[in-house]
Write a protein that binds this ligand. Sequence first.
Ligand code: DAH
Length: 358
Amino acid sequence: MQNIDQIRTELLAEIAAAATADDIERVRVAALGRKGSVTELTKTIGALAPEERRAAGALINVLKDEIAAAIEARKTAIETGALSARLARERIDVTLPARPETEGRIHPISQVVDELVGIFAEMGFAFAEGPHIETDEHNFTALNIPPEHPARQDHDTFYLPEKADGTRLLLRTHTSSVQIRSMRKAQPPIRIIVPGRTFRADHDATHSPMFHQIEGLVVDETTHMGHLKGCLIEFCRAFFDVDDLPVRFRPSFFPFTEPSAEMDIGCSREGGGLTIGKGADWLEILGCGMVHPKVLANCGIDPARYQGFAFGLGIERVAMLKYGIPDLRTFYESDLRWLRHYGFAPYDVPTIAGGLTR
Ligand code: DAH
């Protein structure tokens, strides 16, 4: 049958030329559909002489199977090709740096916490945290601030309602409470850095009822005041990024340290501004001291064998100094314009090696 060969050649050419799923479907309908060329061919069998029908029917069936298989194969090839093309087109290079136009900003408090923790982590301190709601014992008594101690007055404590047994929980007034928790949990050597929220009933231009502190604690058998000074000098120079930053330690008093000191850094207030690192003025930066033997004993640590130092500083304060933020209250106003101005790019995680701020 001349006709069969011709139809086969034409259809195979059309199938080969089909480029899309729609093309191949059109070819399928035109060949095998109800009015398709192969289907029409089948209908001609009835008109043949009875002795020719068998052979013609067999030939047409072979053609039908052949065309169906070719269509199927082409369809698969088109689909795989489309998928590969799409995969190539939609490929994402995950190693590309984040887009600099990223909208979000890191709040200066979070940034400074990352910087502080980064510096102390590099010195071998471990990160620790404690709860905001504390017992009187952790926040005061075990820190050698017994009931009626005058230092309690300075703390303007927020108390929770009294419980049936007469005790009151409180919002921790300093991160020093975590010293107690850490020393009661683990035996020395202890080397921790503790950032977190603190609360005092005090609200004006330089005080906020919620603010942040960072606490440091080192306890072992050999640490002395020289280590305290070396560690804190190193820290201030790294944090303010001034290599020859002048510092001084002034005698002070805290119930939980003996001796106690306050650390100042050199600054200049000439011309109404504030420049850290040079000039004739001093700026108080943190409180510190050797852990009081009574505090060690309160935590089950033998003060005849162990000693160490502690320090605490206000995070808002150092953030304001380092980044020239003039007003404390703006930290908590959630003003987007402020955040865009004072905030930090999200993917610039501060490290000593990579730079604290960029
Ligand atoms: N807890 C003190 C405060 O809130 C700060 C402080 C001073 C912490 C001396 C210390 C320290 O660990 O040794 O004012």
